[in-house]
Design a protein around this ligand. Structure first.
Ligand SMILES: *Cc1c(COP(=O)(O)O)cnc(C)c1O
Length: 454
């Protein structure tokens, strides 16, 4: 039976010569169709052998091939509507770029640009020059460098300044960031030796001072981005660390994680460490992310004393970790928005979402509630309720922002099933299940239509 079925299968060539192929060939290339037919026939064969299939008709091949081709050509990266309430969602690509950054990206993507070329002199330029000026101006640092992400920035800085030597860090700051960034591992991979001081909840100036030896290359301070140490705690501030470092001629490096270029409390959000304050407090090098609170593309930003940044740029690893023209174009455009900080709540999507007035969120929520109720029909209830959004990406831990959510319920469906229903939409709509309810957080939704499934 199986053998007979297998023997009856057409060859790829037979299918290609068969009826209907002429039409298909007008739409797609021969190589794609051939690959499709082969995949379909392989699939059928495997099903017959495993016993999952007991019949076959040659008419099946063409429609199945058409389906295979459609799936193969569908882009893998698709838009996802973020109604999760996490503004900087790492799994959704963190910051949404503003129109200026998008224009810069398009320009860089569709043409050649002066990436490492100085148009004024006609000579070779340097890719970091495009953002170094504005970054230095915004942070008052002497120099700046850019790499692929902040993890790369920490790796590069440590490898440059402390390879083969000791890096002192408080036990309270040995952070793990989601997606396998663990500071102790990065320190080790940088070729440095980790020297932990203090305890999880308390570290004192003397802990640092007495840990310094001949072998100490630098003192590292890391922002505990995604957690807070509360209760009986004590940490040594940056300024104090700088003092300890200066006495013994040991540089102090701060990994700010998210960091911010402006005081977020102006926008009604809890203050996150500001890069210029770390520079002013005397940090020799400061690193932070491009796509967290800064609101730009994925990048690792390094600012600090010129002599250190020069050494960092000369490290061969810099070449391996450098950003491409698309990143630099988008970063350049994003950083320039900070030259007009008063306008940031309009020009920078990340800050726009974080500082969005509740009335505005509610207005969109009300419209979406009506549209959703109409679309989903009788069986569903859609209610407007108060909720809480978070910043995400390890920024402002333990801090939530009041928001408006739509609670979608149906007596015959579990919240997880409604969650999946919205996610199976094209484009997928990502809500969240909280306290046995399915919610659509409207903080990051600007068009009510976006949360209404097809
Ligand atoms: C997020 C974070 C990192 C990693 O930054 P990426 O840009 O995601 O590579 C490193 N250190 C701290 C403290 C962070 O918060």
């Amino acid at each position: 039976m199986k053998k007979e079925l297998l023997r009856g299968l057409p060859s790829v060539d037979e299918v290609l010569r068969g009826e209907g192929m002429k039409d298909a060939l007008k739409r797609h290339s021969l190589s794609l169709i051939t690959a499709g037919v082969r995949a379909v026939l392989d699939g059928v064969r495997a099903e017959i052998i495993s016993g999952r299939r007991s019949e076959f008709s040659p008419e099946e091949v063409l429609p199945a091939t058409a389906e295979w081709i459609e799936a193969a050509l569908k882009p893998s990266v698709v838009r996802v509507i973020n109604a999760s309430g996490t503004v900087l969602h790492t799994n959704l690509g963190r910051a949404v770029l503003g129109p200026e950054a998008v224009r810069a990206l398009e320009l860089a993507a569709t043409g050649t640009v002066d990436l490492e070329f100085d148009v004024a002199t006609g000579k070779r330029g340097h890719r970091d020059n495009h953002v170094e000026g504005v970054l230095s101006a915004l942070t008052s640092a002497g120099a700046a460098s850019v790499v692929n992400n902040n993890a790369a920035a920490v790796l590069l800085v440590l490898n440059t300044l402390a390879e083969g030597r000791e890096v002192i860090i408080s036990r309270g700051e040995l952070v793990e960031i989601g997606g396998s960034f663990r500071l102790p591992e990065i320190i080790e991979k940088s070729g440095c030796r980790l020297k932990e001081v203090g305890t999880t909840n308390r570290t004192h100036p003397l802990d640092y001072a007495s840990a310094i030896t001949e072998d100490t290359a630098l003192i590292l301070k890391a922002h505990t981005s995604n957690y807070e140490v509360v209760g009986f705690t004590s940490e040594v501030g940056l300024a104090e660390l700088v003092e300890i470092g200066r006495e013994r001629n040991i540089p102090v490096v701060e990994d700010l994680g998210s960091g911010s270029l402006v005081d977020l409390s102006v926008f009604g959000i809890k203050k996150e460490p500001i890069v210029s304050e770390s520079v002013a407090a005397g940090a020799d090098v400061v690193t932070f992310s491009g796509d967290k609170l800064l609101g730009g593309p994925q990048a690792g930003l390094i600012v600090g004393r010129k002599t250190f940044v020069e050494r960092i740029n000369k490290n061969p690893l810099k070449r391996a970790l450098r950003p491409d023209k698309l990143t630099l174009a988008a970063l350049d455009a994003t950083l320039r928005l900070y030259l007009e900080p008063e306008k940031l709540s309009e020009t920078l999507p990340t800050l726009r979402f974080l500082s969005r007035p509740l009335e505005e969120i509610e207005a969109v929520a009300k419209k979406a509630k009506r549209l959703l109720q109409e679309k989903l029909g009788e069986g569903y209830t859609v209610e407007l309720a108060d909720g809480e959004s978070v910043v995400g990406s390890g920024s402002l831990p333990g801090h939530s922002l009041p928001t408006k959510v739509l609670v979608v319920t149906r007596s015959t469906m579990k919240p997880e099933e409604i969650f999946k229903k919205f996610l199976s939409n094209d484009p997928p709509i990502l809500g969240r299940v909280s306290k046995e309810r399915f919610l659509l957080d409207m903080r990051t939704i600007e068009r009510a239509e976006d949360v209404v499934p097809e």
